[in-house]
Design a protein around this ligand. Sequence first.
Ligand code: ADP
Ligand code: MG
Length: 683
Amino acid sequence: MNIKRNYNYLLSDLGSLKGVGIKTTNLLKKKKINSIFDLLWKLPKSYTDRSLSSKIKDLKIGETQTVTIIPQKYFFPRIRNLPNRVFCKDETGEIECVFFNSYEGYVKKILPIGKEVTINGKIKYFRNKYQLTNPSYISENSSIIKQKHNKYSLTEGISEKVYNKIISKIINDMPKIEEWHSKGILQKFGNISWNDSIKKLHRPENIGKFKENFYQRLAYDEIFSTFLVNSEIRKKIKKFKKTRKKFDTKKQNEIISKLDFSLTGDQNKTLDEINKDLCSDNKMFRLLQGDVGSGKTIVSLLAALNTINSGFQAAVMAPTEILARQHFLLAKKIFPKYIKIELLSGKSHYQDKKNILEKLLNMQTHIIFGTHALFQKKVKFKKLGLIIIDEQHKFGVNQRKKLSDKAGRDCDILLMTATPIPRTLTMTIYGDMDLSIIREKPNIRKPIKTYSKIENKIDDVIKFVKKEMKLGNQVFWVCPLIEESKKIDHTSAINKSKYLEKLFPKEVFLLHGKTNIDEKEIILNKFLKNEFKILVSTTIIEVGIDFPNANVIVIENANKFGLSQLHQLRGRVGRGNKASSCILMFKSNLSDNAKKRINVLKDSNDGFKISEEDMKLRGFGDILGFKQSGIKSFKLADPIHNHDLFILAEKEIKRIENEKEDISKFKPLIKLYDRADIINDIA
Ligand code: ADP
Ligand code: MG
């Protein structure tokens, strides 16, 4: 019966598992468990210790227990729907086994009169007798059953018994997978093989043994495979040769000298990195990462300028029209007249749009700004040399790869994100790109003061707001986002705006998820022009927009947000040269943990540092923008606890890249672990 199997067996559909019915398979598929490999990650949460068996007199009512008994007498009622019963005993007492929906033959077979049998199940006490309904794990051989059995978090409709059966079958049938790691790496994990690691992973006594070799090795496999896929994508992109961009930085420097600020060290550094890429014959695929307000826009616009000065066109894509317009206006302001700039807006008239598109095709337009509408097929360029995408943290690796494939041969790509995340995450999520980081913030900024307030002290807050408004300043008032209940959200923002409107007539506007896009833009533009003072909203306003005149942000129910998110929200203020405040409101007195979190925010304005802390306090998946990004999450690896494994994987990837090692031996690893299925054609 020995079918020769390789790792493909693990990737095969659940249907190919012998002895598992369609019903079970469908239930699993509903839980996104499609392949045999997927089932391997269905890990036991705890186990039932069936080795502890009891005598009848010691049975505990209400608990699941194991007992060895001798069946004495059957009661098979004539009337349908009444259960079959078997009277049993041991030397200490009596128990009745009850079978619903069963055949006489079945009952007789598993509980033969006069033979010693071991059974397991939940013990009840009924009419002065112990009772056990539909006993499980019935065995004549008591040693089989007196063991530990894994408990899985059950998929509805699949019993623990079935789970245990399926998983032990898979583990028994597992093909021997050839080792993919180098000797040096393996040694770090006590030379344990993948197969043995998986077996250990499913052993009940190993639950929670995160430090052991088997666990570490499997966690490393996950990290390493992700990094390897990233590395391959990067290599592939680099392989394409493009026309070098040639430009004189004099023009760039002229513009810099006319700005009303000087660039920070990090702005200069990242601009150099980008310029080098533009001048190289490798295609640029770079991420510019920098906290809110760190000044990414100017860096990217200067890169666009250099691209144009080397005879190419540039496209700048923003997530919203208002942001696209803000970038457009800035470019108009700082670039010399000979650079032709256009904004492709959803609201432009048909004829205007047509003109813009024509000019793009004739090279009469050099830079175009817009939303993702720039992606449309009808938008054609004469000589596109650079795509800049702002605030793109919702792009997954798949979408990025598509983007890079789609961009023309000579087109460089610069993505920008305002989501500072811990390094381990950056390596995981953006490992396919080169990275430029702006850590330093413009030093003209006055620090944002962060306060916490209990909700019933709202009068203090109102007083404070009133004072700021008198000075001509504007206020953001954010009501919480509660994922489960958009409705509550919505009403809380509405109620709050009504409340504030009474206090500050004509000064309050409201934005929430149901406000339509046009209206939203009108309101935001009014706010930009300082036509009203308080903007009440849910979290829908993107962080990228500059509202230099807003210097107070009140965040209600602040404990509903993660630290990174609070930091991002706070970043909406402090963009101008005024001192700014962020007021975090809470429903009741803060717990110690909540105080700790708030102190992180009060003490630091460094998004990178805050995100590290956030991750430590809340874990991997909760970092801002991460959940929605569609990026796979690891099953075992954890960026906090396995930090060393991330570093190890990064080193190993560098070694493989440097030594140009043949990666075909990693094919099974990639096939098994690359759930995104990006790489079909490597190895
Ligand atoms: P982000 O990185 O969040 O996109 P922006 O590029 O929008 O940040 O910049 C935020 C604000 O800081 C803008 O008003 C911009 O003019 C200003 N700014 C950018 N660089 C500097 C600098 N070096 N010194 C002072 N202000 C700067
Ligand atoms: Mg920005």
